[in-house]
Design a protein around this ligand. Structure first.
Ligand code: PEP
Ligand code: CO
Length: 452
C-alpha cells in the first residue's frame, strides 16, 4: 500500500484489499440492509466475549480444552428447535467424555448462530451450459441451480441476523434450563454405548463416568441442584467473512470503551482470507473478542510470527486461537516448527486441530466426503506434534450435526461411499453425524488420556 494506513476503526478494513466478498448487484439495497442491522440489538455482550477469553486463557495455559463444533454452513431451511437441540446434545456428550478423560474443563464453542457465509475456490460454477455465480452460503444467495437464485441478495443479511438471534435464544435456554444436566447427558451416552455395536468399545469408560456420578450422589451432590453440574456455558462463533455484516454488529463496550463484534463471542479468519495485509486481518485485529485464524499446510514460521504480532501484539492469553488444518499426512511435520517458533517467541496461543478441512475428497459418485479414520489420524498427528514440542494440544474444531446424516465415511457404523446418497444434507462440507461425533470424542479422549 502506498499510503500509511490510518488507525483502526470498525470501518478501517475498507482501505485494505479484500477477498471472497459477494458481488452485491444493488449497493443501495446493501447499504439499507447493513443500516438496519447496525440499528438492531447486539447478539452477544462484550462481557460474555471477555468470559470466553478468560476460559481460553486457561486453554492456552494447558488447564482446559476447547471443543469448537457445529455446521460447516447453517441453513435457512434446516432451521428448527429439534435441529439446534440435537446439535447441542452431541456437543454436550462429547464435552463430558472429554472432561472425564482429559481431566480439565472443556470450553464449548459452537459453529452456530451466525455460521452462514462460505468462502469458495471459484467465483463461478459451470453447470452444463450455465455459468453461475457460486453459492456463498444462505447469508448471500441460494444454492438452487438458476441464475436468479445465485444473485446475492442483501435481505439475506437481515434474515441471518434474525435466525442467529433465535438460535442463540434457544441455546441459552437449553444451556441453563436443565437440558445440560450432567446425569442426563451421561444417560444419552450410556444409551449410545449399550445400543450400538461401536459403542461397546467404550463400555469401560462410560462405566467409569457412571461410577464417578454415583460417588458424587452418594456424597450428597445432586446434579440438578448444583448449577456447576446442571448448567453450561455454550459460546458462539463463526468465520468473519462478510465484513459489512460484522462491521454493522461491531459496538463500543460501555464498560471498557473497546470495540466488540457482537455477532458472536468468537470470530475466526478462514484459510482463504488470512493475507497479512488484507481486510480480514485488519478488521479482526481491532475487535476485543477472542479471535481465531485457520492455518493450513502452506503456513511458514515467518508468517505465523507476523500473524501473532498483528493479531495479538500485547500477547494476551486466550485472545488468539490458531486452528491448524494441515491434513492427516502433513500435520506432524508442518505443525512442529510452528509450535516451536511461537513458543520461543513467547506467544500464548490456543492451538486447536481442525481435522476436517485438510482431509476432504470426492467419492466415486461425486459426493464431497471425509473419512473418519483420516480425521482421527490428523488429531493423532496433532497430538504427537505437541508431545514432541512439549506444548498443549488445546482443542479440536470439527464440523458435525446431531442428525443421523451420511456425509462422512467410516466410523463405528462403517459408512461406505455407497451410503453417502442416503442422507447427504449438508449445505457445504460433509459433517460427522451424531454417532460419529460421539465416537470421535471417545477416540480423542484416548489420545489425550496420558497427556495430563
Ligand atoms: C470452514 O471452516 O468451513 C472453512 C471453510 O475452513 P477453511 O477456511 O479452513 O478452509
Ligand atoms: Co467447512
Amino acid at each position: 500500500m502506498s499510503e500509511t494506513p490510518g488507525p483502526w476503526s470498525p470501518s478501517s478494513w475498507h482501505d485494505y484489499p479484500i477477498q471472497q466478498q459477494p458481488d452485491w448487484p444493488d449497493s443501495g439495497a446493501l447499504e439499507q440492509s447493513l443500516k438496519q442491522i447496525a440499528s438492531m440489538p447486539p447478539l452477544v455482550f462484550a462481557g460474555e466475549a471477555r468470559s470466553l477469553q478468560t476460559e481460553l486463557a486457561h486453554v492456552a495455559a494447558g488447564n482446559a480444552f476447547l471443543l469448537q463444533a457445529g455446521d460447516c454452513a447453517e441453513s435457512f431451511e434446516e432451521f428448527s428447535a429439534d435441529n439446534i437441540r440435537e446439535k447441542l446434545r452431541v456437543i454436550l456428550q462429547m464435552a463430558i467424555i472429554l472432561t472425564y478423560s482429559v481431566g480439565v474443563p472443556i470450553v464449548k464453542v459452537g459453529r452456530i448462530a451466525g455460521q452462514f457465509a462460505k468462502p469458495r475456490s471459484s467465483p463461478t460454477e459451470q453447470v452444463g451450459d450455465l455459468s453461475l455465480p457460486t453459492f456463498r452460503g444462505h447469508i448471500v444467495n441460494d444454492p438452487a441451480v438458476t441464475e436468479a437464485a445465485r444473485i446475492p441478495n442483501p435481505e439475506r443479511l437481515v434474515q441471518a441476523y434474525h435466525q442467529s438471534a433465535s438460535t442463540l435464544n434457544l441455546l441459552r435456554a437449553f444451556a441453563k434450563g436443565g437440558f445440560a444436566d450432567l446425569s442426563r447427558v451421561h444417560s444419552w451416552t450410556q444409551e449410545f454405548v449399550s445400543n450400538s455395536p461401536q459403542g461397546q468399545r467404550y463400555e469401560q469408560l462410560a462405566a467409569e463416568i457412571d461410577r464417578a456420578l454415583s460417588f458424587m450422589r452418594a456424597c450428597g451432590v445432586e446434579t440438578e441442584s448444583n448449577p456447576n453440574l446442571s448448567e453450561v456455558d455454550v459460546f458462539t462463533s463463526h468465520e468473519a467473512l462478510i465484513l459489512g455484516y460484522e462491521e454493522a454488529l461491531t459496538r463500543k463496550d460501555s464498560l471498557t470503551g473497546n470495540w466488540f463484534d457482537c455477532s458472536a463471542h468468537m470470530l475466526w479468519i478462514g484459510e482463504r482470507t488470512r493475507d497479512l495485509d488484507g481486510a480480514h486481518i485488519e478488521f479482526l485485529s481491532g475487535i476485543g473478542n477472542p479471535i481465531g485464524c485457520k492455518v493450513g499446510p502452506s503456513t511458514s514460521v515467518d508468517y505465523v510470527l507476523e500473524l501473532c504480532a498483528k493479531l495479538n501484539p500485547s500477547r494476551v492469553p486466550g485472545r488468539l486461537t490458531l486452528i491448524s488444518r494441515m491434513g492427516a499426512d502433513l500435520v506432524e511435520d508442518k505443525l512442529r516448527p510452528l509450535l516451536r517458533a511461537v513458543t520461543d517467541a513467547g506467544h500464548p496461543i490456543v492451538w486447536a486441530c481442525d481435522p476436517m478441512h485438510g482431509n476432504t475428497f470426492s467419492a466415486p459418485n461425486g459426493r464431497k466426503t471425509r473419512d473418519f479414520d483420516e480425521v482421527l489420524r490428523e488429531v493423532g498427528g496433532f497430538v504427537r506434534a505437541h508431545r514432541a514440542e512439549n506444548t498443549w494440544p488445546g482443542g479440536i474444531h470439527v464440523e458435525l450435526t446431531g442428525e443421523n446424516v451420511t456425509e462422512c465415511v467410516g466410523g463405528g457404523e462403517a459408512l461406505s461411499a455407497a451410503d453417502l446418497d442416503d442422507r447427504y444434507e449438508t449445505m457445504c462440507d460433509p459433517r460427522l453425524n451424531a454417532s460419529q461425533s460421539v465416537d470421535l470424542a471417545f477416540r480423542v479422549a484416548e489420545l489425550l488420556r496420558d497427556f495430563t
